[in-house]
Design a protein around this ligand. Structure first.
Ligand code: BGC
Length: 466
């Protein structure tokens, strides 16, 4: 990806890029979270059963799964910018279609369209940022993307509260950030790296100079461009294959990236994000308004703790943060499961406190780290393919959790389902302990050299960890 030691320091332009790409993250979060407030009025207006509810809700991650496949295939030919533009159009169309939907089928279709947009945008936006950012700021800028997701979720909860019983307006509001994204893209060129890959050298150099806000003749710009050009030339004609991903060199990175997304999703995060009011209802909060307010509280904690995570990520390192995150989520889920199983009279209070601890533990580590580490662990030649496979794991398991939650709750109750997620979080502790490397303070080149050396990936950076 872009950069090395020669990278220029970030400019206002790179923050504009992060903000515009962040809109894609906000849309991702909004379209996940909006269903929380919309479900109660939808159940009332459309009278849906648990299977139909699961299907309509899970249409977004299902569409995103398809979108990630399509996006992964088209990214090289069409370019990052064009794909973001198409996804903005799909976001706008999907928001309007869901707002105007006459019945469950149209609504499910509309959410499928939105899902396609989410899947494409959720890959393109971090890729766009990482291919445009100076190396030094890349980690922080990718974390901003996670922050944008949590802000989108919170925005959706606020919209759910503001429009109370009107699900049509809730869905329509999703068009607002989509229109901003659409307009914002016209301020951007494609990434210097993609332009260089397509042999459009003059445009690539001009784009880089614009992003660094320096003349093309500036030595720092010239040096960075030379690195990008050399990397693009080395990649020419060389397409990473699935066999490469499974080779002894890359497999450890693939396991870490896929494993972290699998654990992130099976920790049950989206059962909480999509169905928080339902969880509060099951825990004894009877008024819809209280359920939505408690849900908005969850959204606020998610945003704030993501910021705390961003401040800690380079101090505590990835591994310690992940261990704290998985320990916190395991304890909180376990406590809710026990309270629900024993029919504790204080289930409501325990559920609220438990969910706050759960979301806080998720947000400081389990939310941002899979995104950050996915962009760090793969060697350059396999990065795009590896990232697209990791995204597929993310969406595939997101879909499974969201679709199965209403069905599993109907079958096993809240205690059974949360108990299951708690066990996954315990497995997360073991996975982190034995397999996750410490990439904090280790350059991408060092990571790549370590992979080539054949030493276990988990040994990486142990000396760097405080
Ligand atoms: C996950 C989403 C989740 C969100 C919650 C993201 O990192 O990929 O599935 O809804 O965090 O903040």
């Amino acid at each position: 990806m872009s950069g090395g030691r020669t990278s220029a320091k970030g400019s206002a332009m790179i923050y504009l890029i992060a903000a515009i790409a962040g809109l894609a993250g906000a849309l991702f979060g909004f379209d996940e979270g909006v269903i929380a407030g919309a479900l109660a009025p939808l159940r009332r207006d459309l009278g849906i059963d648990p299977v139909a509810e699961g299907m309509m809700t899970a249409a977004v991650p299902f569409g995103a799964f398809i979108g990630a496949i399509v996006g992964g295939r088209l990214a090289a030919a069409a370019g990052r910018r064009k794909l973001l533009l198409w996804s903005a159009i799909l976001f706008i169309g999907g928001a309007l279609l869901s707002a105007l939907a006459g019945g469950l089928i149209t609504l499910t279709l509309a959410r499928l369209v939105i899902g396609l947009a989410v899947g494409v945008a959720a890959m393109m936006a971090p890729l766009y940022i990482s291919e445009s950012a100076p190396a030094k700021e890349r980690g922080m800028l990718v974390s901003i993307y996670q922050l944008a997701i949590t802000l989108g979720i919170l925005g959706a909860y606020v919209v759910g509260y503001a429009f109370d019983e009107n699900w049509r307006w809730m869905f329509a509001m999703g068009a607002v950030p989509a229109v901003l994204l659409f307009g914002g893209i016209f301020a951007l060129s494609d990434t210097p790296r993609w332009l260089a890959m397509r042999g459009r050298s003059a445009e690539a150099k001009a784009a880089l100079a614009r992003m660094r806000e320096r003349p093309e003749s500036d030595p720092a710009v010239a040096a960075e461009y030379e690195e990008i050009r050399a990397a693009a030339a080395a990649d020419e004609g060389r397409k990473a294959t699935f066999a490469d991903l499974l080779s002894p060199r890359v497999r450890p990175a693939l396991i870490v990236a896929m494993g972290l997304f699998l654990l992130q999703q099976l920790s049950g995060i989206n059962a909480v994000i999509y169905y928080a009011p339902t969880v509060f209802e099951l825990s004894g909060f009877s008024s819809t308004t209280t359920q939505i307010l408690a849900t908005a509280g969850i959204g606020v904690v998610n945003v704030l703790m993501t910021v705390v995570g961003m401040m800690l990520i380079d101090r505590l390192g990835r591994r310690l943060l992940l261990l704290i995150g998985f320990a916190g989520t395991a304890v909180s889920l376990g406590a809710i499961a026990i309270a629900a199983a024993t029919g504790s009279p204080s289930l409501g209070v325990l559920a609220l406190a438990g969910l706050v601890l759960y979301i806080a533990s998720f947000a400081i580590a389990i939310g941002p780290l899979p995104w950050v580490m996915m962009s760090e662990v793969f060697p350059l030649d396999c990065r795009a393919l590896g990232m697209s496979i990791a995204s597929l794991v993310n969406w595939g398991f997101n879909f499974i959790v969201v679709f199965s939650f209403p069905v599993l709750v109907a079958e096993f109750g809240l205690a059974g389902v949360f108990g299951l997620y708690a066990v996954v979080c315990v497995a997360g502790l073991a996975f982190t302990q034995w397999l996750v490397p410490e990439t904090n303070g280790v350059s991408l080149e060092e990571i790549e050299r370590h992979l080539r050396s054949g030493r276990p990936l988990r040994e990486l950076g142990r000396l760097h960890a405080a």
